[in-house]
Ligand binder design. Structure first.
Ligand SMILES: Cc1ncc(COP(=O)(O)O)c(C=O)c1O
Length: 502
């Protein structure tokens, strides 16, 4: 049997391949649960190139090649759904969303118009309405607005564009025309804000980074001071980017205070909740306080591909201002695509920056519908209990130092040693590197404002407390090896006590 809907060229794809590939996927997913499976199989680029012939040749390949090469691809890819993956912010895996991604690709269409993606369009609108209600943008009197975009960085960009359009609509046609605009974010904000200063032609020098306090929260007195200085210089400040869940520390800015300043100076307030937006689904009132005041913002970024276990991309740009995005982004010259029909008002293409747009909404909707708000709330509860467990292990062992009290799922800590001659930055980086190269654990490090290197562990929904206990012991064992090899060769007995289950 063959598939008859592939490219009309001579090659045929055997239908049994589909079954074999799905079996392979099943095995792959199962392996992630096994402690014997490595999270990655690290290869140097030169060695990796030798494993698979990457060149595309005059003649094509056969069915068996397809199976073999996919097997190799899986073997040499990082297992981001593995319980020992705590590197990036997207470690969760939900089966309904995985299938949603496959079905969206199977039915491959564009979200530009209702006629090309009828259900996709309605599903996207439903999720946007739900998110806007949770944020507080959508009320009885305010329909609010939103769109899915390829990534949180892109959602932040949409915020900046809408803000600039609102402040000075003429920039849409005339460009920035010599105006010295100014944008404010905290020194903990995501680097995408710097990138978009370039993209929008405002220039990276027009971005002011406001220092944050010891908990990684924007200092609002310094924000107001910077705005005043900008106005005194005759600049046009128009945008504040606050963050709900910063990338490194998982901090939440003081939104209510920032919103008051934004209102006082008539600036747009965008909240980057790419990472922290999902906290809105947590039913714990105390933690909800971290999001206090978000309804006062003008726009919001929310990445379902981070904490909601949906495959990349699943990002939302949400706006309090209905119709503004359309005015900001719509242009003439697409008569071939956008027609006047009874459903024109549902076409999302005109307000988007993209033409073709993947149906990302399906995978989000399938997962959210399947687990419900409660499913996510339970997941967040479990994550917080793992954060607390890790915090306990760290604070009760003298060889660990907590760098910041975790507010969210970023646990920042380092290994310490009383001997002054040991470069602890080098040591922590080497520990991380050894674990990474061994393939046993994939986590990351960052550097504090005062130059301290520390682990940034992102708590993974798939991990258990005992995984974390094992990880901490692995850190201790690796540290011991390095100390003995490099710094304290005469030391024979254990230098550190391993952590106990507490
Ligand atoms: C706070 C924050 N905002 C934005 C982004 C960018 O999101 P994306 O990777 O979807 O572009 C990240 C990525 O980690 C982030 O942590």
């Amino acid at each position: 049997m063959i598939f008859n809907n592939h490219l009309p060229i001579t090659k045929q794809v055997d239908k049994r391949i589909l079954r074999r590939i799905f079996r392979m996927i099943g095995r792959y997913l199962n392996q992630n649960n096994s402690p014997d499976t490595l999270v990655l199989n690290y290869q140097k680029p030169g060695d990796l190139k030798k494993k698979i012939d990457l060149t595309i040749n005059e003649e094509g390949m056969d069915n068996e090649w397809l199976i073999k090469v996919l097997r190799k691809y899986l073997r040499y890819s990082v297992r981001t759904t593995h319980r020992n993956f705590s590197n990036q912010l997207f470690s969760a895996f939900t089966f309904p969303s995985f299938i949603g991604e496959i079905i969206a690709t199977l039915t491959n269409t564009t979200m530009a118009t209702y006629e090309a993606a009828p259900l996709g369009t309605l599903i996207e609108q439903e999720i946007i309405d739900k998110m806007n209600r949770l944020i507080g943008f959508k009320t009885e009197n305010n329909p609010a607005d939103g769109i899915m975009v390829p990534g949180g960085s892109y959602a932040n960009l949409m915020g900046l564009l809408c803000a600039r359009y609102k402040a000075m609509p003429e920039t849409k046609d005339k460009g920035i025309n010599g105006i010295q605009f100014r944008v404010f974010v905290s020194d903990q904000a995501h680097y995408s804000f710097k990138k978009m200063m370039n993209v929008t032609g405002l220039g990276t020098e027009s971005l002011t980074e406001i220092p944050s306090d010891e908990n990684g929260r924007m200092k609002t007195d310094l924000l107001e001071k910077a705005i005043k200085q900008s106005l005194e210089k005759g600049e046009k400040p128009f945008f504040i980017g606050a963050t709900a869940g910063t990338t490194v520390y998982g901090s939440f800015d003081p939104f209510r205070e920032i919103a008051a300043i934004a209102k006082k100076y008539n600036l747009w307030l965008h909240i980057d909740g790419a990472w922290g937006g999902t906290l809105l689904l947590y039913k714990n009132k105390k933690k909800q306080k971290l999001l206090d005041g978000i309804e006062l913002a003008d726009s919001f970024t929310w990445d379902a591909h981070k904490m909601m276990g949906v495959p990349l991309y699943a990002s939302f740009f949400l706006s309090k201002h209905d119709g503004l995005m359309l005015k900001c982004n719509a242009v003439q010259g697409a008569d071939y695509l956008f027609h006047s029909t009874e459903n024109t008002s549902l076409d999302t293409g005109p307000k988007s920056l993209q033409c073709g747009r993947h149906v990302d909404a399906l995978k989000v909707w399938l997962a959210w519908k399947f687990y419900g708000d409660r499913g996510y709330s339970n997941m967040i509860n479990d994550l917080y209990s793992k954060v607390n467990y890790l915090k306990k292990l760290i604070t009760q062992n003298p060889w660990f130092e907590l760098i910041a009290d975790p507010q969210y799922f970023n646990v920042c800590f380092r290994i310490v040693h009383p001997k002054n001659s040991i470069d602890m930055n080098e040591m922590n980086m080497e520990i991380r590197d050894r674990l990474f190269r061994s393939g046993s654990y994939f986590t990351n490090y960052s550097v504090s404002k005062n130059g301290i290197v520390f682990f940034r562990l992102i708590v993974n929904p798939n991990s258990t407390k005992s995984d974390y206990r094992d990880f901490m012991n692995k850190l201790i064992n690796t540290t011991e090896s390095i100390l003995k090899e490099k710094y304290l060769p005469d030391q024979s007995a254990h230098i550190f006590n391993t952590v106990e289950d507490q």
